[in-house]
Structure formats: structure tokens, C-alpha cells
Design a protein around this ligand. Structure first.
Ligand code: DON
Length: 310
């Protein structure tokens, strides 16, 4: 049994120690993100029982960015099952940056992972949908079911991303030319860009983690969102590629499935136990929140949660 007062003090202590740790810089290739105050910082845990523990700027709504890839992957798995997703997108690490074209070139145009940009654009294209708005609404619906009904698109962020996403548009066309894109390429890129442009709180992010930790039941809404067969696949993908080319370092030092976004969010999942989420905008060179990694690692290490421990 988890002792809630211990949990409270571990979250408080980790936030106090690492919430303003030095280093890193805001993402600046998306103009909206460059202007977010760099000193914002928050840490939250949501347990499989629905207990919520948090510290810092917990009401601030930040950009989900790449963490949205987990939600779209979840929907693709619900729509098609694990085998089809593995065959049409892949389930492996690229070992390369999140927007790498070279990774595509080296693998016959196959994205390999649903958690890099190419694989996430392919996942968005794979979602069963009547048209663009249906595709978008189904993906947003999955973010809300996993996290919170308050998750919404930010129009200024979406406009900032849509007007600078030329590299992702090129990736969509490359996928199309190699047969790994399953709807109109510009529709897939548009919807992928929107899915990155929603805003959420650190507690809502931790709730997504808790929903994955329970095998697919959101512990706050009590709704079954995912089939229990699909959550181990999502957690495996997060382990292999959740922090991009430093996923191995994360597994080595923290030992939990994780996912980061260039908005400064980061999520880790302790299967059966909890989601741990943190937010702070300054990123390392790979695109992972510097303070977020330290805060999440501190909670996991202090509580002794590591999947590879006996
Ligand atoms: O596609 C992009 O470049 C962004 N919308 C999201 C990238 C991202 O968050 C990578 N993460 N660390």
C-alpha cells in the first residue's frame, strides 16, 4: 500500500530540490513556445486509486506537443490492434532525433516508432475517420478520455505550429511515397500539428500516466478507455523511444516508461501504481525538459520504482 503522507513529502521535496534546476532553453523553433516564461515549473503524481498529489504551477496549461503521440498511438491500437500497428508503423527505436529524415531513409521509409514525428504522422493517418474533422475529433477525444475533458486546442499555438511545420510536411510526403501513410498527407500533417497544439495541466498529464498504469481505466473518471491488451504495447514503445535518442539513458537511470514533449512536459508510468508528470519549459539538446527529467527521476528513485529492479 502506498503511504500518501510519504508520497506528499517526496513530491514536495523533489519539486523543491529540482523545480528550478539550472540549464536548458525553451524550444524556439515554434515561436509560441519561445515566449513561455522559463521559470514555470510543476510536479504531479496521480495514483492508480485516483489520489492526486502536486506541487508548483499546477494550474498552468502547457503545450502537450510530442506527448500527444502516446494518445494517438493508443487510438490506433484500439482501432487496428497491435499487429497491424507494428506492421504499418513499427515498434522499435530509431536511435535518432525525433524529426529525423535519415531514420526513414535507413529503414525503407518505415517510421519504426509511433513516438517519433514520422511514426506519429503515420499514426494520425491510420485513425479510422470519415474526414479531417472526424479524425481530429477522435484524437482530441482520446486525449480527453486519457487525461481530462478540459484538454483543448490552443488556436495561437496551432497557428504558430501550422505556419512553421514545413519539415513535418516533407516527412508526410516521404511517408506517402514509401507507402507508410494511410490518408491524404497534408490532412495527416494538419491533424498531427493540431494534436501537438492542445494545452493541459501537469495533473492532467499525470492522469494520462495513471490511466496507462491501471491497464486502461482512468482512475479519476473511472471510465475504461483502453483495452488492457494495448497498454503494455504503449509502455514498451515509451521505453524504447519516449525520450528519443536518450531513451536508453532514461531506462538506465530511471527504469520507467516515459514520454517528453518540447512544451516542457514529461510523463513516466509505474505500471499498476501511478503516473508521474512534470513540466518546466527549458529543454536539453535532445528536446527533453531539464527540470522535468530531474523531478520525475527524483520521485521514482526516492520511492524505489524501477521496472528492472528485482
Ligand atoms: O512536430 C514537432 O516538431 C512538435 N510539434 C512536437 C515535437 C516534440 O515535442 C518533440 N519532443 N520532445
Amino acid at each position: 500500500m502506498l503511504d500518501l503522507s510519504t508520497l506528499h513529502s517526496v513530491v514536495e521535496q523533489s519539486y523543491r530540490e529540482f523545480g528550478q534546476a539550472p540549464g536548458g532553453a525553451n524550444a524556439d523553433y515554434i515561436p509560441f513556445l519561445a515566449n513561455i516564461p522559463s521559470d514555470l515549473s510543476a510536479l504531479a503524481v496521480v495514483t492508480a486509486n485516483g489520489d492526486v498529489i502536486s506541487a508548483g504551477d499546477i494550474h498552468y496549461r502547457f503545450a502537450i506537443e510530442s506527448i500527444s503521440k502516446v494518445c494517438t498511438l493508443a487510438l490506433a491500437l484500439e482501432d487496428w490492434g497491435a499487429q497491424t500497428v507494428q506492421q504499418k508503423i513499427g515498434a522499435d527505436a530509431t536511435g535518432m532525433p525525433f524529426n529525423s529524415v535519415m531514420a526513414l531513409e535507413l529503414h525503407g521509409g518505415k517510421p519504426l516508432s509511433p513516438l517519433v514525428n514520422a511514426g506519429a504522422i503515420a499514426s494520425a493517418s491510420l485513425i479510422k475517420a470519415e474526414n479531417t474533422e472526424d479524425r481530429w475529433n477522435r484524437i482530441l477525444g482520446m486525449q480527453r478520455k486519457l487525461g481530462s475533458p478540459q484538454i483543448k486546442l490552443s488556436s495561437p499555438l496551432n497557428e504558430s505550429e501550422q505556419s512553421t511545420n514545413f519539415h513535418n510536411r516533407a516527412i508526410a510526403w516521404l511517408l506517402y511515397s514509401s507507402g507508410y501513410l494511410y490518408c491524404d498527407p497534408m490532412e495527416a500533417c494538419d491533424v498531427y500539428t493540431r494534436q501537438c497544439s492542445t494545452l493541459l495541466t501537469t495533473v492532467e498529464l499525470a492522469t494520462m500516466g495513471a490511466t496507462l498504469a491501471t491497464g486502461g481505466i482512468n482512475p479519476l473518471s473511472k471510465e475504461r478507455v483502453l483495452s488492457p491488451d494495448n497498454t503494455p504495447r504503449i509502455l514498451a514503445d515509451m521505453t524504447m523511444e519516449g525520450l528519443y535518442d536518450t531513451s536508453g539513458d532514461w531506462a538506465y537511470t530511471v527504469g520507467l516508461p516515459g514520454k517528453s514533449g518540447v512544451g516542457g512536459g514529461i510523463l513516466a508510468v509505474v505500471p499498476g501504481v501511478m503516473g508521474i508528470a512534470a513540466f518546466s519549459p527549458p529543454l536539453d539538446d535532445i528536446g527533453n525538459s531539464v527540470r522535468g527529467q530531474k523531478m520525475v527521476a527524483s520521485v521514482a528513485n526516492t520511492l524505489g520504482y524501477n521496472l528492472y529492479k528485482s
